[in-house]
Design a protein around this ligand. Sequence first.
Ligand SMILES: Cc1ncc(COP(=O)(O)O)c(C=O)c1O
Length: 391
Amino acid sequence: MAPARSERAYAQRVRGLGTTIFAEMSDLARRTGAINLGQGFPDADGPPEIVEAAVEAMRTGHNQYAPGPGVPALRAAIAAHQARHYGIGLDPDAEVVVTTGATEAVAAALLGLVDPGDEVVVLEPYYDSYVAGIQMAGGVRRPVTLRAPDFRLDVDALRAAITPRTRLVLLNSPHNPTGTVLTHDELAAVAEVAVEHDLVVVTDEVYEHLTYDGVEHVPIATLPGMAERTVTISSAGKTFSFTGWKVGWATGPAELVGAVLAAKQYLTFTSGAPLQPAVAMALGLPDAVLVDLRVDLQRRRDVLCDGLASLGLAVFVPAGTYFATTDISPLGYADGTAFCLDLPVRAGVVAIPHQVFYDDAAAGRALVRWAFCKRDDVLAEALDRLGRAFG
Ligand SMILES: Cc1ncc(COP(=O)(O)O)c(C=O)c1O
């Protein structure tokens, strides 16, 4: 997206990054009164007992700096979560670091592990903070494209992207914006490449609990040879519907987590002291809490996907995340950005064009992402408005 102002004063490491598309489209939604199916935040909070735990923590004096790596109770809860769900054993004192959301974990991993000129292989369409993080670290991105209609990993393209300068593979599964959940075979192919070329893998798994139709998320750290070379990132924001809390974490072998912490300590040092004990409590809640959220989101996914399909759009039903993707060409548009800029005016709805998440913009030109983590009445109103505009 075009930068809002001149970038003459900008250092190279931030030049050309512009304004994040999510801020831009959320601002457009606010200015036009459109329904925001752009940014991926739920419009209902997560379980009230988690809020109560945060309030209690504030009332009982957890209001000063937390330890840099995170409060011990949360680090222990994160380690216990990885053991309970995936059988991953972690030392909470050396192999877990709490961050300001997954965003900081990704940035700190890139700053802590990538030297200028190192190449980073990344799936595209990519979450936009990856581009910024790679650039700020002085790295060079080497995208591997997930292509419509099935958005699967092309293992030959992955192999072709590896060079002697490759340092790191940055994965994201469940994948934003396509909704792809990488299969065991796809992850095994990534693992083979990583072991063969002695690469570090940084994997963003913020949607780990948001998978549908019985599809299970597999952390790549559980594959042979991977625990020792993988930094796994997640966040309470998506799992418990508290995106504004920005409590995330990175886990992995002490040396890699140490590199993340080395950068993280001078970005924020620490944040969210009273929120951290509340997230520790949340991670210990019965699995039913996660199952309820997943079932409810799957239902809303189906409402949105069925509604968009009934408008004549080609819908790619996601196996995970908050997002559905459509090809908008049946509505007479060739370009998703033009469509998304028209949409608030024509229909009173905001969505996100895929093409801003690609180096190969042509691969995403006609694709648009819609968030379904919204209340039933909001989804119904959005579909109603779209029906009136395009039906
Ligand atoms: C793939 C991905 N990673 C990271 C984030 C940001 O996570 P957090 O809010 O915990 O920083 C998001 C949010 O949309 C995301 O989609």
